[in-house]
Design a protein around this ligand. Structure first.
Ligand code: UT7
Length: 331
C-alpha cells in the first residue's frame, strides 16, 4: 500500500479587503463585537460591482501556485476534487468550470464535493483512499468559495454577515512509498442538524424555483448551537485521530483547525490542554472561508515556517450538515 503526501500548496484571495469598520457602515455592529466574539478583523470579498467571479475563478491562481510548488502541470493530474458550498452554477460542478479555465483540452476527471466547511477534509479523505489503494498517483485538491454575493446586508443578516469571506486554496497529493503524508482521516455527518446552518433557497421542491420575495436565499445559522457542537465534535475527532496514530496531543506539533471562530479554537485548545502556540490562526485576515480554509491554512502555515517537513499535524473541521472530522498527517 502506498502513502498519500501533500507536495504543493497554493492560495488566492481577491484583492478587495473589507474591514470590521467597513461593516459598521452596513450593519448595527462594531469592530469590538466582531473582534471579541470571533477574532475576525477583516475578510476579502470579490468586487462584484466591476466583474463576475465564481469560486472556479478564485481557484485558478491557487491551483497554479500549488501545481508550481509541486512541480506539475494540471494535465499531469489523475483526478481533481473541488470542494465548495458556493458553486459557480446550479450545475455542472465548479470543477468543470475550473478545468475549462485552466486547461480547456484536458479530460482529467473533476469531482465536486459539497460538504461545506468540511469539504476539503472530505476531499483529502477521497484522495487518501484513491492513492493508498493504487488507483491514482497524483490528485489535485481545491477548496474555493465566493460567499460575499450570498450575504444578507440588511441588519437581519449581521450575525452571519460579519463572519464569512471569499478565497481559494489548493493542494497536490501524491503517492509515495514513505510512511508520511495523510495517515488517516475520520469523517462524520449528522443531517438532523442540516437546518441549523443552511441556505434554504432556491429549492427543487417547488415552482417557481426562484422569486424575488424569497426569504431563504440568505444563509441562516443558529450560532450558539453551531458553536457548541463545533467545540465538542472537533475535540472528539482530534482525540480519535490521535488515538488512531497512538499520538498524545503533546506529541502533535501543529493543529490546523477550521477557522470559523477564534473562540472555538481556544476552547478546543483548552479541552486538549494544549498551548495556543500550536494552533495556526489566520481568521483575523480572512474570516471563515469554509472549504477554502484548510488549504489556505496549510499554505500559510508552511510559508510562515509554522509547519515544516516531518511535523505531526492534526487537521479538524466542522460545518454545515453538520459535517465534521479530522486527519492525522506527518508533513
Ligand atoms: O464554519 C462553521 C460555521 N460557523 C461557526 O462555527 C460559527 C459558530 N457560532 C459563532 O461563532 C457564534 O455563535 C457567533 C459569532 C455567530 C455569535 O456569537 P455569540 O457569542 O454566540 O453571540 P449570540 O448569537 O449569543 O449573540 C449575542 C448578542 C445578541 O444580542 P442580545 O440578544 O444578547 O441582545 C445578538 O443579537 O449579540 C448580538 N449580535 C450582534 N451584535 C453586534 C449578533 N450578531 C451581532 C453583530 N454585531 N454582528
Amino acid at each position: 500500500m502506498k502513502y498519500a503526501r501533500i507536495t504543493g500548496t497554493g492560495f488566492y484571495v481577491p484583492p478587495k479587503v473589507v474591514t470590521n469598520l467597513d461593516l459598521e457602515k452596513i450593519y448595527d455592529t462594531s469592530d469590538e463585537w466582531i473582534t471579541e466574539r470571533s477574532g475576525i478583523k477583516e475578510r476579502h470579498f470579490i468586487d462584484w460591482e466591476t466583474k463576475e467571479e465564481g469560486p472556479s475563478d478564485l481557484a485558478v491562481p491557487a491551483v497554479q501556485m500549488a501545481l508550481q510548488n509541486a512541480g506539475y502541470t494540471f494535465d499531469e493530474m489523475d483526478l481533481c476534487i473541488f470542494a465548495t458550498l458556493s458553486p459557480d452554477a446550479y450545475f455542472p460542478g465548479s470543477g468543470c468550470f475550473l478545468q475549462a479555465k485552466i486547461s480547456p483540452e484536458s479530460t482529467v476527471p473533476m469531482l465536486d464535493v459539497r460538504m461545506q466547511c468540511s469539504g476539503f477534509l472530505y476531499a483529502m479523505s477521497i484522495a487518501e483512499m484513491y492513492i493508498k489503494f493504487g488507483r491514482y498517483q497524483k490528485i489535485l485538491l481545491v477548496g474555493a468559495e465566493v460567499q460575499s454575493t450570498t450575504i444578507d446586508f440588511s441588519n437581519e443578516g449581521r450575525t452571519v454577515g460579519v463572519l464569512f469571506g471569499d478565497g481559494a486554496g489548493a493542494a497536490v497529493v501524491e503517492a509515495t512509498e514513505e510512511p508520511v503524508g495523510i495517515l488517516s482521516t475520520h469523517l462524520y455527518t449528522q443531517g438532523k442538524y442540516a437546518e441549523s446552518l443552511w441556505v434554504p433557497e432556491p429549492t427543487t421542491k417547488r415552482r417557481p424555483k426562484v422569486s424575488s420575495d424569497m426569504k431563504g436565499l440568505y444563509p441562516y445559522m443558529n450560532g450558539r448551537e453551531v458553536f457548541k457542537h463545533a467545540v465538542t465534535r472537533m475535540t472528539e475527532a482530534i482525540w480519535e485521530a490521535c488515538k488512531h496514530q497512538n499520538w498524545s496531543p503533546e506529541e502533535v506539533n501543529v493543529f490546523l483547525i477550521h477557522q470559523a471562530n477564534a473562540r472555538i479554537i481556544e476552547a478546543i485548545a483548552k479541552q486538549l490542554n494544549q498551548p495556543m502556540s500550536k494552533f495556526f490562526i489566520n481568521i483575523h485576515k480572512y474570516g471563515n472561508t469554509t472549504a477554502a480554509t484548510v488549504p489556505i491554512c496549510m499554505h500559510e502555515a508552511l510559508s510562515e515556517g509554522f509547519m515544516k517537513q516531518g511535523d505531526k499535524v492534526i487537521v479538524a473541521t466542522f460545518g454545515s450538515g453538520f459535517t465534521w472530522g479530522s486527519a492525522a498527517l506527518i508533513w
